[in-house]
Ligand binder design. Structure first.
Ligand code: ARG
Length: 468
C-alpha cells in the first residue's frame, strides 16, 4: 500500500502514479466520510472471502487463517473504539485494509487476491440493504400491531367517511385505521420481495469480468448467508437495482405514512377534534402559549420529500451509465443511508404518536348529525322496494333539498314526513337513515359493518405474522 494519499493517508493503488492526489480532488473522490458506516459489512465480506481463499487453496491455509483472525480482532477493536479508521483513507475498504496491514504486515496485501473493490463495495451495500429492510420491516410490524389494538378499541366508534373531503358515508373508525394496516402490510410484502433480489452475492465478479482464480462463490454466499449468486459479473458490479428497489418501496411506505399523517394533522385541529395527541408527542410554540403542535405527523409528512428525492437521485445517477462499474455509482450510498435513517426515526415516533392518541368519539358522532351521509341508504331502501336506483337517487336528492331548506336532519324524519316531502318516497324505510343502520348494512367482505370489521380484524391479525 503506497502511503501517498492525501494527507499521507493510505491508498490501494499508486504504483503507476507519480506523487500524491490533489487535496481538492481527494475531497471529491474520497467516500470514507459516508461509507465508513459499512465497516462491519466490509469485514464480514473480507472474512468470508479470506476463508474461501484458504479453503480453495488460493492462499495457503495458515495465511488465510491469520488474515481471518486479524480481521476478527479488528472488528472487535473497531466496535470497542480501541482503533479507528484512518480519516485520510480513500474509502472504507482502504481503511480496513490499512488496519489489517498494521496488524499483520505485508500478508495483508494477499486479502485482495481474486477480488476488486467493485465486487467488494456492492457486496457491502447488499449486506447493508438486507439488514436495513429487515429492521424497517420490524418497525412496520410494530406499527401495525398498534393499529390492530386501536382498531379493536374503536370497533364501535362511528365517524364520517369522506370523499372529496366531504362527508360521504358513515364508517367505523376501526375501518379507517385498518385501511392503513393493509397499506403497511403491502409495504412489508414489497420489502420482503425486494429482499430476495438484494440477497444475491456479487463477490467473484472481480472488477467486471470474473475471476481467473478458482474461487468458490457458492461457499462465500453460504458464509454470508446470501440466498443466491449473481450470474453475470458485469451485472454484479454495475447494477444498483437492489438499492433503487429498496428506495422505491421506501418511497411508497413514506407516501402512506404521509397520508396517514395528514389525516391526523387534520383530525387534531380545533375544527375537527377527532384526535387528541399526547403531550409527549407534541411540541409547543415559543410565542403562542396555547399551541400544541402535531410535529410528529408533520415531520412524517415532510420527510417523505427526501425519501422520494433519494429515489430520484439514484435513478438519475444510474440512467446513463454504460456498463460496467463507473465511479458515479459511489453516489448510491448516501441516498440509501438517508432513506433508511429517515424511516428508522419516523416509524418509531409515529408509533408512539398513535399509541398515546385518544380519539374524539363524541366529536365524531356529532359530526355525523344532520350531515346527510345516510342519504344513499334511503335510496337503497327504495331500491329494495323495486325502484330503479337512478329514480331513487333523484327522489332522495329532492328530500335532501327539502331538508336543507327547512333545516331538518334526515334521521329526524319519519316515513310520513318523508312522503310529504317527496311523494315517490311513500315506500321508504326511514330507519335506514340512522348511522347505525347505515354502517351495519355494509356487511360485504371488506365493508365497514361491525361484523365485517370484526372479520377483517381477524384476517389482519393472521396477516401480521404471515409475511415471509
Ligand atoms: N468507494 C467506491 C464506491 O463506493 C469503491 C469502489 C471503487 N472502485 C474503483 N474501481 N475505484 O463505489
Amino acid at each position: 500500500m503506497a502511503p501517498e494519499g492525501p494527507g499521507g493517508g493510505p491508498r490501494l493503488w499508486g504504483g503507476r502514479f507519480d506523487g500524491g492526489t490533489d487535496a481538492a480532488v481527494a475531497r471529491l473522490n474520497n467516500s470514507l466520510p459516508f461509507d465508513r458506516r459499512l465497516w462491519r459489512e466490509d469485514l464480514a465480506g473480507s472474512v468470508a472471502h479470506a476463508t474461501m481463499l484458504g479453503e480453495a487453496g488460493i492462499l495457503p491455509a495458515p495465511e488465510a487463517e491469520a488474515i481471518v483472525e486479524a480481521l476478527r480482532e479488528i472488528e472487535a477493536d473497531l466496535a470497542s473504539g480501541a482503533v479507528d479508521l484512518d480519516p485520510d483513507a480513500e474509502d472504507v475498504h482502504t481503511a480496513v485494509e490499512a488496519l489489517l496491514r498494521q496488524r499483520i504486515g505485508p500478508l495483508a496485501g494477499k486479502l485482495h487476491t481474486a477480488r476488486s473493490r467493485n465486487d467488494q463495495v456492492v457486496t457491502d451495500a447488499r449486506l447493508f440493504a438486507r439488514s436495513a429492510v429487515d429492521t424497517i420491516a420490524e418497525e412496520i410490524v410494530a406499527l401495525q400491531g398498534v393499529l390492530l389494538e386501536l382498531a379493536e378499541r374503536e370497533a364501535a366508534t362511528t365517524m364520517p367517511g369522506y370523499t372529496h373531503m366531504q362527508h360521504a358515508q358513515p364508517i367505523l373508525l376501526a375501518h379507517h385505521l385498518l385501511a392503513y394496516f393493509w397499506m403497511l402490510q403491502r409495504d412489508r410484502e414489497r420489502l420482503a420481495d425486494a429482499r430476495k433480489r438484494i440477497d444475491l452475492l456479487p463477490l467473484g465478479a472481480g472488477a467486471l469480468a470474473g475471476s481467473p482464480y478458482p474461487v468458490d462463490r457458492e461457499r462465500v454466499a453460504e458464509i454470508l448467508g446470501f440466498g443466491g449468486i449473481l450470474e453475470n459479473s458485469l451485472d454484479a458490479v454495475s447494477d444498483r437495482d437492489f438499492a433503487i428497489e429498496t428506495l422505491a418501496d421506501a418511497a411508497i411506505l413514506a407516501m402512506h405514512l404521509s397520508r396517514f399523517a395528514e389525516d391526523l394533522v387534520l383530525w387534531n385541529t380545533l375544527e375537527f377534534g377527532f384526535v387528541e395527541l399526547d403531550d409527549s408527542v407534541t411540541t409547543g410554540s415559543s410565542m403562542m402559549p396555547q399551541k400544541k403542535n402535531p410535529d410528529v405527523a408533520e415531520l412524517a409528512r415532510g420527510k417523505s420529500g427526501r425519501v422520494f428525492g433519494n429515489l430520484m437521485a439514484l435513478l438519475t445517477v444510474m440512467k446513463g451509465l454504460p456498463l460496467s462499474y463507473n465511479k458515479d455509482m459511489q453516489e448510491d450510498k448516501e441516498p440509501l443511508f438517508d432513506t433508511v435513517d429517515t424511516l428508522l426515526v419516523v416509524l418509531p415516533a409515529f408509533r408512539r404518536m398513535l399509541e398515546t392518541a385518544s380519539f374524539g368519539r363524541e366529536r365524531m358522532a356529532r359530526a355525523l348529525r344532520g350531515d346527510f351521509s345516510t342519504a344513499t341508504d334511503l335510496a337503497d331502501s327504495l331500491v329494495r322496494g323495486g325502484m330503479a336506483f337512478r329514480d331513487a337517487h333523484g327522489a332522495v336528492g329532492r328530500l335532501v333539498r327539502h331538508c336543507v331548506e327547512t333545516g331538518t336532519a334526515l334521521d329526524e324524519m319519519d316515513a310520513q314526513a318523508m312522503a310529504r316531502a317527496a311523494p315517490e318516497l311513500a315506500r321508504v324505510d326511514a330507519g335506514a337513515a340512522t348511522v347505525a343502520a347505515s354502517v351495519a348494512a355494509r356487511r360485504v367482505r371488506g365493508g365497514t359493518a361491525p361484523d365485517a370489521v370484526r372479520e377483517q380484524l381477524a384476517r389482519a391479525r393472521a396477516a401480521l405474522g404471515a409475511v415471509v
